[in-house]
Design a protein around this ligand. Structure first.
Ligand code: GAP
Length: 567
């Protein structure tokens, strides 16, 4: 499946729209339409049900070190600014950014070369070159490059030095190309060379993926959106839209232990919006500026944290498999020590092979991190920094904490063992929008099904897990007469208080099936001639096209049972 096909289906059938589309859209923001909102609600609901309300705290789940409790909270999006200073987001939550000196666009430094690979001007330029099996240039002739610069280059890469300064670069180009191709120059090296205006100037420039212009050196850019609370807009009223939901849980740890009877080990879950001013939002909803997270902070005794980390890695991976992601496209990847965040003693990503990635590449769906006692200590003592194997409070030039903590005691007292300690935290942190995107990518299916004359015809359908499907069943009268619509309406009314069902009596039955297939409705209930005789209806399964009959009064138990038990 090409990503464009999914994007078009999502718009056509009301899953996703560009935000503020009638005004040209706002980059990095997406709206969920009538089908999309149901899909995302079902994802959130499945997560909350499976992780929180449906969790049985009396039994030890397979692979868990013991039984455990789960509760939820719903914290605010804007919190005290000190939260972000102590968590490290104020000082450290940035990406390296480069700006194009010609077109002024911004790029995330670590994405520039990937974007160049996909850029139209690079592909056009590469088609004039001979490239060997390992990406080395076999032949790059300066005349050909100059011809490209004066023709296609003008339109596709007006900012590229080779295009802007074709005449003055010519002698240098000729002599340096002869040397460099002999040494087996790669395409990225050639691009940098062609983006550098002054031959002989130290350092080669990196070209802009959009216009070919030269990019500035990478600079830090904090991803938090700022706002002000209250009428006065100054430093004292500056606040931030949360970039993650996790901190709302840490700052409420004491409130939860004081107000409930939870005992360690236990988890606090939260679902909510997060905001990051991503430099280059892209790949549909994958990297957005406003998105939704589903996070758990799981608090445990330090001696058991490694075992809980392993449990949560596997449990969360399994959750996606249970809801239909195939294990060939899903993987668990442990971070290398260099990749670990400043606080983490171990992190694994659950990744999915999204179709917009190059084959063999995977994108993050969820991170499961062992955060040690970093977060609770930061909110007690102040922002921490690593010193050897330990974390200590970071100090300013006067020796005082750089960002002061709350000073509140967030240690846990175990009244059975009489032990007092700061719990360790395991954090499974998922994105609801990325999950929705992965489920949609996985569900997109094309097959051939017989039409009313038995001729195989192409069909497009979404093989969504019934728990996630926006509409659980559609109810149809076969024809709009003989009392069939009345019976179908009655079935619809019986089901509606329990399930999101849809009534349709318009058009040929085959077309009504196809419309439901395209939005992933797992079951269609049809009232036909036999219903009038014996009170049974047919139920059609979206994936297998199998049809069977049940008594019309049993539709609810039949559909509900199949939603629950579908693996
Ligand atoms: N509290 C830890 C944390 O926030 P993260 O890896 O930055 O970790 C967790 O984010 C999850 O949130 C990601 O795995 C992803 O699913 C989702 N996410 C993060 N940034 C996102 C973005 N810009 N757009 C959509 N989803 C995003």
């Amino acid at each position: 499946m090409e990503m464009d096909q999914l994007v078009s289906l999502c718009k056509r059938r009301g899953f996703l729209f560009q935000s503020s589309e009638i005004y040209g859209g706002l980059n990095g923001f997406w709206d969920y339409g009538p089908m999309g909102v149901e899909l995302k609600r079902n994802i959130r609901e499945a997560w909350w049900q499976d992780m929180v309300t449906g969790h049985n705290e009396l039994v030890v789940p397979p692979g868990a070190p013991s039984a455990y409790q789960m509760v939820g909270i719903d914290a605010t999006i804007i919190m005290h600014p000190q939260v972000w200073k102590c968590s490290g987001h104020y000082d450290l939550f940035h990406d390296m950014m480069q700006t194009c000196r010609q077109c002024k666009r911004l790029f995330r430094a670590d994405q520039v070369f990937d974007m160049l690979k996909e850029a139209q001007w690079v592909q056009s330029l590469a088609s004039t070159l001979e490239i060997g099996p390992e990406g080395r240039l076999l032949k790059a002739d300066a005349e050909g490059l100059l011809r490209w610069a004066k023709s296609k280059g003008r339109k596709l890469a007006p900012g590229l030095a080779l295009v802007r300064k074709a005449e003055s670069m010519q002698p240098a180009l000729l002599s340096r190309l002869a040397d460099l191709t002999g040494q087996g120059m790669s395409l990225p090296e050639l691009l940098r060379f062609l983006a550098t205006e002054e031959a002989g100037a130290p350092g080669l420039q990196t070209p802009c993926p959009d216009c070919g212009g030269d990019l500035t050196e990478p600079r830090e850019f904090n991803l938090m959106f700022e706002t002000h609370t209250g009428a006065v807009r100054d430093e004292s009223s500056r606040t931030f839209l949360r970039p993650e939901t996790a901190q709302g849980i840490f700052v409420n740890f004491k409130n939860v232990t004081d107000s409930t009877r939870v005992r360690i080990p236990f988890g606090i879950a939260q679902i909510g919006k997060s905001f990051r001013n991503e430099i280059t939002p892209r790949n549909f909803t994958f990297r957005s500026r406003e998105f939704e997270q589903m996070e758990i902070e799981f608090f445990c005794h330090p001696s058991q944290s490694a075992a809980w980390y392993r449990y949560w890695r596997d449990r969360r991976y399994q959750w996606y498999v249970e809801l239909g992601l195939s294990s060939e496209r899903l993987r668990l990847r442990d971070h290398s020590p260099e990749e670990l965040s400043h606080y983490s003693c171990g992190t694994a990503d659950i990744e999915y092979a999204f179709p917009f990635l190059t084959p063999g590449e995977f994108g993050e769906l969820e991170g499961v991190a062992h955060r040690g006692d970093f977060d609770l200590r930061s909110h007690m003592e102040g922002k921490l920094v690593r010193q050897g194997d330990h974390f200590v409070v970071e100090t300013d030039e006067t020796g005082r904490p750089k960002h002061r903590g709350s000073g509140k005691d967030l240690a846990y007292f175990d009244d059975e063992t009489k032990e007092r300690y700061v719990p360790h935290v395991i954090e499974p942190s998922a994105g609801a929008d990325r999950a929705a995107l992965a489920f949609l990518c996985e569900a997109y299916t094309e097959d051939l099904v017989p039409d009313e004359h038995g001729k195989p015809t192409p069909r497009l359908f979404l093989r969504l897990h019934p728990r996630l499907a926006p509409i659980k069943a559609a109810v149809f009268p076969l024809v709009k007469k003989d009392g069939m619509p009345e019976i179908a309406r009655e079935i619809y009314s019986q089901l509606k208080p329990h399930l999101n069902v849809f009534y349709d009596e318009k058009g040929a039955i085959g077309r009504r099936y196809r419309r439901q297939d395209e939005i992933g409705t797992p079951f269609c209930i049809t009232v036909d001639g036999q219903t009038l005789a014996d009170g049974t209806v047919t139920i059609r399964d979206r994936d297998t096209l199998r049809q069977w009959r049940v008594k019309k009064e049993e539709c609810l138990s039949e559909i509900s049972g199949r939603i629950r038990t579908r693996s």
